[in-house]
Design a protein around this ligand. Structure first.
Ligand code: BGC
Length: 724
């Protein structure tokens, strides 16, 4: 039990309407304070100030969890902010629990709640505490409106607070847990690159980068004058401000001026944007008055990649931006439209790349704890975590329950995550096993298929792709079972039962989907990819050949969606088709990774063709320009181009497998990952003589196997050079 557990949840005394409530407590301390801490949390998102200064730098605290069961609280050292007479003020916005994003959630308070405790320790070791209770005052605040999707309205004029005693609210305190994830912070600022008057006369500022966060601006307007700032990811093909793909999300700031020069940024929301549109701006537009502030979970950057192809470097950079934009306390699908949810499938698809780019160990630990807490007794995994949709268990989405902990184990050698999640992993496999009347195939339920692949008929209106659903579901059933077995063995468990289950799944799978000549009977790229990746075929050569033929027949273009894409290049390079893998990577035809780069993308698009060749945008019903799923190709850049791989038997890069695959279209590659044991690096470059020089770096205490063509070397820590 922490001091915060002795405090009370409180709410505003009167209905604040759409305004965010603010709470206030004045307290006096004696002399000789040794230290002072504030423990605090809210239902809604809070911003606390002590004596006018912001406490901590956590944006949108306390973050987003399964609030019915788990609410993080934060502990701040406030010694430096303290004086003799103190005023603690805490504003609480709607955030993720009370805003539109949680409209389906029934069991929640109807107004934001706050809980906090100040503890003062004096030099003589005595302690004094002030906890939230009815002695706190409450009032509506000048934040007249706030919502994650719709933005914020702020009245900068002289504000008359209507202070009344707060009311103690009824909400469990058992849900309070210590901060578990990363802190969400303002991590960088971006200055505008251009002021544009669009063909339809709109006043638009371009920040040059699609991103997540908010803007800070300085404005001087007559008292009562309202400015409106809208946000957008792209301009349409005519160069006009385009917001249709935000669907119902308003993404606006409304600011009421007070006659003085003021600087403002929102407190309780975030925006996905590259452009802003100004309406009613009271003066000439001066770009110096605008700054974009990037906000996301403050993960340590660990991965670097660079090669001789500039477009690939941009693809890498776009993937980093995709991750920064969508790792805002939970892994989300997108940061802009009226969605922004913790889609399990998207997270699963991207986690390997994510774990190389940044240290996401803590980030996923928290999210996976939420996933387990949201799992139903029968093992059902919600489509989104935290669960706001009450819909469950699609193949490749629910499998996040197994794939994500396993990847965190591999990247960070973190056994605790396997221990924490093992029951959840097992429940997921059992959930599939017990579904329908076939124990060894998964042929029931609703699934997203190979989401957004290009081989569906008809293409534009069918998001589920062309690969048979039972095939995908059964393939993932086999894969998750295989990972569960591995996880169990790491934890020293007897996995015989699941080994038998796995054998039967594979047997039935082959019976159902592999023909006598050894090929896969489902004729899509993704079907062949899954058979190869998940070891579901005996004759890999024939399946790989078939996959290569399908790609060639398609004009050397991919047709895969969320499910097939992450493994596409891997199965090609693993099975003798690395040149074709490079061809796909380097293609800029539609669809391909570089097509969107050619069209100016600064993040990863949801659809391969979010903007068509003629400049038309896809159906706005579902067309985000900041979805990271296809950025999952970046783990192939680290793992195959640069050749940096973990060893399942000695994970976390304690033993590294270097196996770079070169191609004559690339002159050099340089990559590194700052692992738990130190920096692992790989570099190769073509010399004038045509030889390739390789340099590998192995951290102290680690070892590596270097595989270069048919040659193999076992090496210890330090730098290792080879010329071939
Ligand atoms: C999301 C996806 C998600 C999908 C599931 C979409 O609306 O944006 O990324 O995985 O739904 O079908």
């Amino acid at each position: 039990m922490s001091i915060i557990h002795s405090a009370n949840w409180i709410k505003a005394a009167s209905d604040c309407g759409t305004a965010a409530p603010v709470f206030k407590k004045e307290f006096t301390v004696s002399e000789n304070v040794k230290s002072a801490t504030l423990q605090i949390s809210s239902l809604g998102v809070y911003e606390a100030k002590l004596n006018g200064k912001r406490v901590g730098d956590f944006i949108l605290a306390p973050g987003w969890t399964n609030y019915q069961k788990r609410v993080q609280y934060q502990t701040y050292d406030i010694t430096e902010l303290l004086s003799k007479n103190n005023v603690l003020t805490v504003g609480v916005g709607n955030g993720w629990f009370l805003g539109r994003i949680s409209k389906n959630i029934k069991e929640k308070p109807d107004t934001p709640l706050l809980i906090c405790a100040v503890e003062i320790e004096y030099a003589n070791n005595s302690k004094e505490t002030f906890v939230s209770d009815a002695s706190f005052l409450s009032s509506p605040s000048p934040t007249l409106f706030n919502d994650i999707y719709d933005g914020e309205t702020y009245d900068a004029r002289e504000f008359e607070y209507a202070w009344e005693n707060a009311v103690v609210a009824d909400y469990s305190k058992d849900v309070l847990i210590e901060q578990e994830g990363e802190i969400v912070r303002e991590t960088e600022t971006i200055k505008p690159v251009e002021y544009i008057v669009t063909p339809s006369g709109e006043h638009v500022i371009d920040f040059g980068q699609n991103m997540t966060g908010y803007i800070q601006f300085t404005v001087e307007g007559a008292s009562g004058h309202e400015v409106v700032i809208s946000h957008a990811e792209i301009l349409d093909k005519h160069g006009n401000f385009y917001t249709e793909n935000l669907r119902s999300a308003k993404e606006q700031i409304r600011y009421i001026c007070n006659g003085k020069k003021e600087t403002f940024k929102p407190s309780y929301t975030f925006y996905g944007f590259r452009y802003i549109k100004l309406e009613n701006w009271p003066a000439d537009i001066d770009l110096n008055n605008f700054t974009a502030i990037v906000v996301h979970s403050d993960m340590k950057r660990t991965g670097l990649f660079e090669c001789s192809n500039k477009l690939i470097n941009q693809l890498f950079k776009n993937t980093l931006w995709g991750q920064k934009s969508n790792f805002l306390d939970v892994p989300t699908d997108c940061p802009q439209r009226d969605e922004r949810l913790g889609w399990t499938g998207d997270a699963q698809v991207f986690i390997k790349t994510a774990s190389y780019n940044y240290n996401v160990e803590k980030f996923f630990k928290k999210w996976l704890h939420d996933l387990a807490s949201e799992q139903l007794d029968n093992g059902d995994v919600p489509y989104v975590v935290p669960n706001t949709l009450y819909r469950y268990s699609s193949a490749a989405w629910g499998d996040a329950a197994v794939i994500c902990p396993w990847q965190i184990y591999l990247t960070y050698n973190n056994k605790d995550i396997l221990r924490d999640q093992f029951e959840s992993m097992k429940k997921w496999v059992e959930r599939i096993r017990n579904d329908g009347d076939t124990e060894f195939l998964w042929n029931t339920g609703n699934h997203f298929g190979d989401w957004l692949s290009k081989d569906a008929v008809p293409n534009e209106t069918n998001f589920y792709g062309g690969t048979n659903i039972t095939y995908i579901a059964s393939a993932f059933y086999a894969y998750s079972t295989s990972l569960l077995i591995k996880a169990g063995k790491v934890l020293g468990k007897d996995m015989t039962e699941y080994e038998n289950l796995y054998k039967n799944i594979v047997k039935e799978f082959k019976k159902a989907f592999i023909s006598e000549d050894g090929s896969v009977i489902i004729n899509t790229q993704t079907a062949n990819i899954l058979a190869l990746k998940f070891d579901l075929c005996d004759n890999k050569a024939i399946v790989a050949k078939h996959l290569a033929e399908l790609i060639q027949k398609n004009g050397n273009k991919l047709s895969t969606g969320f499910v097939g894409t992450p493994y596409l290049l891997h199965v090609l390079s693993d099975n003798g088709y690395s040149s074709l893998a490079y061809t796909l990577l380097l293609s800029d035809a539609n669809p391909s990774w570089l097509y969107q780069i050619k069209r100016g993308a600064t993040t990863i698009w949801e659809h391969w063709n979010g903007i068509n060749e003629n400049g038309d945008t896809l159906n706005p019903r579902m067309n985000s320009y900041n979805h990271y799923a296809y950025g999952s190709v970046v783990d192939w850049l680290y793992g195959v181009m640069a050749g940096i791989n973990t060893d399942e038997n000695n994970p976390g890069f304690k033993h590294i497998i270097f196996k770079p695959v070169t191609d004559e279209r690339i002159d050099f590659v340089r990559a590194s990952i700052d692992t738990r044991y130190g920096v692992v690096a790989s570099e190769w470059k073509r010399s004038d003589s045509g030889d390739i020089e390789y340099i590998f770096n192995v951290p102290v205490g680690c070892s590596a196997t270097v595989i270069l063509g048919n040659d193999q070397y076992e090496v210890g820590s330090g730098e290792h050079r080879y010329t071939k």
